[in-house]
Design a protein around this ligand. Structure first.
Ligand code: DGJ
Length: 732
């Protein structure tokens, strides 16, 4: 059992293989947070808490004259607004009488075997080999109007603690939830750095590490999606932490909409971290008896730096978050039509592309945007999911058949959440687009957003999609979303419930994805939002891979994929070889380098194969064979960041190592080349120290590769790359 209980002391200790989390309900019923970090023998960590009389930090009435007891300074498990804790709160309730003071006290607990699930929301789940338990801590506000249940998932061998919160209106009057964050963790000291992942379209998840000072550092999104701008994943770490050493705490939100993540240092130099739905676009009305379920946050602690933290997330998300056939089944190498032909295609052109690609070993052909309605550019037809047979010159079933005759699978692009004003759907149902009464909705990429909080709107889109998907043999669907959401108002909800629209929208998105996944279990859905605008753990529950960025330049991708790797596994990272000069940057890079970079992901191509020179086609054949050979190692192996491309100007390298140390693939890309420049050595990781490894006919001792390293061949051209495969000798 991963949950240890000391009933006498009301002490709750959550144990994973290497980490420990503890809380204690004190004599006043306040649920204190006492410890999160490395696993130790179980003891009551509340002795660390100091009780001092601090000026202007008031005292709950029931503690009487004890001026040293203040919620304003105590480490708490779930701080609420208006309780006398003036720091960041996790919960804010507007009660029926308009007041917002809410003081929570411990009521009781429940322990359940296994990991809880959250209906309608993504959640990490236990597999047969996962040791998991659930703890639910019940709190009630002093006035008896709300019950707050803090839900903890303890996934022992994943070293993960998940959290969620359920709030019930147990009073007699309606109330509004103005803030329900999913997790809050207090640390007794300061001295931490926060590493966040910021970006923009075509430049996502750039790591930024900042020391925390007094005040607050906030990341978040109010764009309706998790966004390109900030990722709902961040790390709190001690100052000395690095890739391989030091304490780090990961905070990951399994949610694809507005989010709010903050770390603050208070007047007593204590640190508080919170993460949950962004309160700015949120207000949830709870009638008496109703309840609200917040999404899940997943936390991991590592005492072995960022590298270990990432590998723990990778494993957990690969095996205990992604679902369906393609969690394990080998995913096909694909060719996507977008950068090859954009909107400029017909059926014959596509078949010609597919034919060439099939000969090179590509297994799946994906027809991207432009096959439906009257779509010849991005100005029209979203919402009209009917096949443009005139453009294709055949039916979709016929096109798919032709592709299958080539021995390939067939995939198709959709953008189900959006609507073009220039569409039959908009002419018929203009009110289905999100728009605020009395104002024209803001456009982005000429398009509006459908009100996915409405079941009737979703049903209509679902029916249209099924018409297409049922009619032809389709093994892959790319689910795109190409704008941020604005004008949030739903025509079918009363004024008092408009604050619910943004979250209801995300629930609607999940509902549709769930329905598609269960109706088409053999079809893989790849997520996408103008590249990586919705690259989050919530989406991974429905789409095991996500197009990482619209920037396909291999050198740019080094940083994007590096940043992404902190919180997400390689198996999630949609990555393609595209043409040169690159469409986004104009940069020339060797074809082999583009392949090296795309292999640190799901691997595919996105160019017009017909335009390739014969020797390039030969190279592609080899790359595909190589990727297939390394598939398990890349997708399931342990991922090591050997360098940091933002600071290492000469060379960037990473490694995939088999968990059992039997093989490793080291990939390196030369960045700046200098004539007569210095050499490069890379220290490998994850090998068997005592074993011998073979690479290119030479033998190396595992320990030597890890302690001394391997020299990287001197690059001859800028951006040249190297892939070095090490195999442990059998008789080792
Ligand atoms: C944005 C995506 O990220 C691209 O890959 C492509 O699918 C376009 N949308 C199509 O409009």
């Amino acid at each position: 059992m991963a949950i240890l209980l000391n009933e006498e002391k009301n002490l709750f200790t959550l144990l994973t293989d290497h980490t420990m989390y503890q809380m204690k309900a004190d004599e006043w019923g306040v649920l204190l947070h006492t410890y999160y970090g490395k696993r130790t023998a179980v003891c009551d960590y509340s002795y660390l808490i100091s009780y001092e009389n601090h000026g202007f930090s008031g005292n709950p009435y029931e503690v009487g004259d004890d001026r040293a007891y203040s919620l304003d300074t105590l480490p708490q498990e779930y701080p609420s607004y208006g309780s006398g804790d003036y720091r960041e709160s996790a919960l804010k309730v507007r009660f029926g009488d308009g007041t917002t003071a809410c003081e929570l006290r411990y009521e009781g607990y429940e322990i359940q075997k296994g990991k809880y699930g959250l209906p309608g929301l993504p959640a990490v789940y236990a597999e047969a080999d996962t040791k998991a338990d659930t703890l639910i801590m019940h709190l009630k506000d002093i006035t008896g109007q709300v019950r707050v249940s803090l839900i903890y998932g303890v996934l022992e061998n994943l070293d993960m603690i998940t959290r969620s919160v359920k709030v019930e209106n147990i009073g007699e009057r309606p109330l509004t939830l103005e803030r329900v964050l999913s997790t809050s963790v207090d640390f007794l000291q300061d001295g931490y750095d926060m590493q966040t992942f910021y970006g923009r379209h075509a430049k996502e998840r750039i790591p930024q590490r900042m020391p925390l000072g007094h005040g607050m550092q906030v990341v978040g999104s109010t764009r309706g999606t998790s966004s390109h701008q900030f990722n709902p994943f961040f790390i709190l770490c001690e100052e000395r932490a690095g890739e391989e050493q030091g304490s780090c705490y990961g905070f990951s939100f399994l949610y694809s909409g507005d989010f709010y993540g903050a770390a603050s240092v208070d007047q007593m130099d204590q640190t508080r971290v919170v993460l949950g739905i962004h309160p700015d676009n949120f207000g949830w009305l709870l009638e008496a008896g109703e309840s609200f379920q917040a999404p899940e946050a997943a936390m991991i602690y590592s005492d072995g730096g960022f590298g270990l933290l990432s590998r723990r997330y990778h494993k957990a998300y690969r095996n205990n978050l992604c679902r369906g056939k393609f969690k394990k089944a080998r995913r096909p190498v694909l060719l996507n039509s977008w950068e090859g032909v954009y909107f400029d295609f017909n059926g014959d052109k596509l078949v010609q592309m597919a034919k060439e690609a099939a000969e090179l070993g590509v297994e799946l052909f994906v027809m991207d945007d432009g096959w439906f309605g009257k779509r010849e550019s991005d100005t029209s037809s979203l919402g009209d999911w009917t096949v443009n047979e005139e453009k294709l010159g055949c039916t979709l079933a016929e096109l798919s058949e032709k592709i299958h005759e080539l021995g390939m699978q067939f995939g198709i692009w959709f953008e189900p959440e959006c609507i073009s004003e220039e569409s039959a759907l908009y002419r018929e149902h203009p009110d289905w687009a999100l728009q605020v009464p009395g104002k024209r909705p803001g456009r982005s990429r000429y398009q509006l957003v459908l009100d996915f909080s409405r079941a009737d709107v979703r049903d209509h889109i679902y029916a249209q999609m099924c018409e297409v998907l049922d009619y032809a043999q389709i093994e892959y669907l790319k689910w795109d979303f190409n704008r941020s959401i604005s004008d949030i108002y739903s025509a079918v909800l009363p004024a008092s419930r408009q604050g619910e629209v943004a979250h209801r929208y995300v629930l609607g998105l999940y509902d549709l994805l769930e329905r598609l996944n269960s109706r088409y279990p053999d079809m893989m859905i790849e997520g996408c939002s103008g590249g990586g605008g919705r690259f989050d753990a919530g989406m991974l529950y429905y789409t095991p891979q996500i197009w990482c960025s619209d920037d396909t330049d291999a050198i740019e991708r080094l940083t994007i994929q590096y940043g992404t790797s902190f919180g997400y596994p390689v198996s999630a990272v949609g990555s393609h070889v595209s043409k040169c000069p690159n469409e986004q940057t104009g940069r020339m890079t060797p074809l082999e380098t583009r392949a090296t970079v795309a292999m640190a992901g799901t691997f595919g191509y996105e160019l017009d194969v017909n335009q390739m020179a014969p020797e390039e086609k030969e190279a592609v054949k080899g790359q595909i064979q190589e990727f297939r050979k390394y598939y398990d190692l890349i997708q399931d192996g342990d991922y090591y960041r050997l360098t940091d491309p933002m600071h290492n100007k000469g060379l960037h390298a990473w490694e995939f190592a088999a968990e059992d140390g039997s093989e490793a693939l080291v990939c390196a890309v030369a960045l700046q080349i200098h004539p007569n420049g210095p050499g490069f050595w890379l220290k490998l990781r994850g090998l068997d120290a005592d074993a011998w490894y073979e690479m290119d006919g030479k033998r190396y001792l595992g320990a030597a590769l890890m302690e001394g390293g391997i020299p990287v061949p001197g690059p001859r051209v800028e951006y040249e790359s190297f892939r070095m495969h090490f195999i442990r000798e059998k008789n080792a």
